[in-house]
Unconditional design. Sequence first.
Length: 296
Amino acid sequence: MNLTKLQTFITLSECLNFTEAAEQLYCSQPAVSMQIQSLERDLGFPLFDRVGKKLFLTKQGEHFKPYAEQIINLISSSKEHIKQLDNLAFGTLSFGASNFIGVYLLPAILSDFHKKYPGIKINMNITSSRHLINTLESNKVELLVLSNRIPINESRFEFKTFYEDELVLIVNSQHPLAKKEECTLEDLENETMILKPSKSATRNYLEEEFKKYGFNFPNYMEISSLEAIKQGVIHGLGLSIISSSAIKQEIKNGLLVKVQIRGVKFLRGVMYVYHRGTHLSPAAMQFISMLDQKSI
């Protein structure tokens, strides 16, 4: 088994078309077929099935794919790390981040990082928490930055909460609550709350916290986009509770108003996560150092 066979398998598993795989790999279609057949002989089981003119991964192929990706990505990252040993004049910082963290919290830190290490290419993948875990498991990224409400396998991953993010109640400037310094939970009973969908980490966190006070959301609507939630509040669709980091400009411009809920405070941690026992690149280590300086 060699890396060429593994890369051929990964490429074909993505497009499921020999002609397209050959074009992507800059080789002939028979060469792709030979590589796959050779890999299947090495492994002792089939990786693909043909049904009519369509190609499908076998059950064995589906299970083998993440291991093949891990091997290829590990080799690639090891080369990257070695290049950075002498200096950080060039290289790549590759990591994943959840939406609000990648959009609102990290840009300022990345700006400082870029000023200090202008030769390092920054590759930040912003996606759902569930998908982020998959990218880390397959070594597509070196580390993740996400909410510490996300369950992490402690036997496989090292993680540290480095920042505490406050979620706040927001209303538009014309709402009656905007004129109050604080409100009560009873003030919210007849309001419409704009929330993330039920499977989101933020939604789960808020529901758990409100249960502690014996409160639920009698009237609510679901919007998956954080930006759309802010626009919904601005245009009077309802109220919401979101990260204070995400509304700085709207508060400054008078479009939104923060209102304290009496006796209630929403705090959630932000953590970075990486493989336990892994050798992080010098760029990743410097980035983590900057995250640690963000601690409050």
